[in-house]
Design a protein around this ligand. Structure first.
Ligand code: BGC
Length: 266
């Protein structure tokens, strides 16, 4: 039996990048997936196509997850479609970069709303559904699993990206606090903090040789990550194989958080 057989997952921001990779990985592990997107319907269709080509199942759901009402609709539609929700991957995230003194209030707020507040809105709806339904032993030992996508920038400061790094640091404590609060309800909450993973969000940093060389100076393991590196961890965190893991943030970063600048220095 596949590790996520019969389980229902919602992956936010599943039309590209890490969200797309995670949605495909969960589907390969047996989950039926709600593929959420905000603006790229084409991307969401690509995710669905790949899921179906691998013998999996999913459906596409447009929703701006920074809007609480849209989040409620997404959950209602998923429950209508598949009966319940077992797994939430809070993945949707954006970068709107600017030097601190030039960052507009809108760009500050937008990144906080999309990257951090969306996780609050989605987790609240997920927790309500997990508690309503309770544990279904044939599917999982837990009543539900929440995975929060963070970033190495939840602990690595990042000049020129203060909205992004602040939101990610918020996710670190959000996941821990939620894990503490919901544990007695048998809801598991954990986070993944990816380092540099090859996606559109950081294409400038890895596409040409010179940029890649510079980026690799920050990665002791000497390779840029792939979305599959994150997908595998998400499957594990969503499955009963990690049933005793609660409130943890797992860094999947080739060692980026090991202060590589201190090798032969300091
Ligand atoms: C950012 C990427 C960046 C990586 C490592 C991620 O959270 O979205 O743009 O390459 O962190 O710095």
């Amino acid at each position: 039996m596949k590790p996520l057989q019969q389980q229902i997952a919602i992956v936010t921001g599943a039309s590209s990048g890490i969200g797309q990779g995670v949605a495909i990985a969960l589907a390969k592990a047996g989950a039926k997936v709600c593929i959420n997107y905000r603006s790229s319907e084409d991307g969401a269709k690509k995710t669905l196509k790949e899921i179906e080509q691998n013998g999996g199942e999913g459906f596409i759901q447009q929703a701006d997850v920074s809007q609480p009402e849209a989040v409620k609709t997404m959950f209602r539609n998923t429950v209508e479609q598949y009966g319940t929700v077992d797994i939430l991957v809070n993945n949707a995230g954006i970068q709107v970069d600017a030097p601190f003194l030039e960052m507009s209030h809108d760009d500050w707020q937008k990144v906080i709303d999309v990257n951090l507040s969306s996780q609050f809105y989605c987790s609240q709806e997920a927790a309500k559904e997990f508690i309503r339904r309770g544990i279904v032993e044939e599917r999982s030992k837990a009543a539900g699993k929440i995975i929060c996508m963070s970033s190495v920038h939840d602990i690595i400061p990042w000049a020129g990206h203060i909205n992004y790094a602040t939101a990610k640091a918020g996710i670190l404590m959000f996941a821990k606090t939620l894990a503490q609060e919901l544990a007695e309800k048998k809801i598991r909450v954990n986070a993944i903090s990816p380092g540099a993973i090859k996606t559109d969000i950081n294409r400038d940093a890895w596409e040409d040789d010179a940029s890649r060389e510079k980026l690799l100076q920050l990665i002791p393991y000497q390779r840029v990550g792939e979305v599959e590196d994150i997908g595998k961890a998400a499957v594990w965190l969503a499955s009963d194989d990690s049933d005793y893991v609660q409130g943890q943030t797992i860094y999947i970063d080739g060692g980026m958080t090991l202060y590589p600048g201190f090798k032969d220095n300091g």
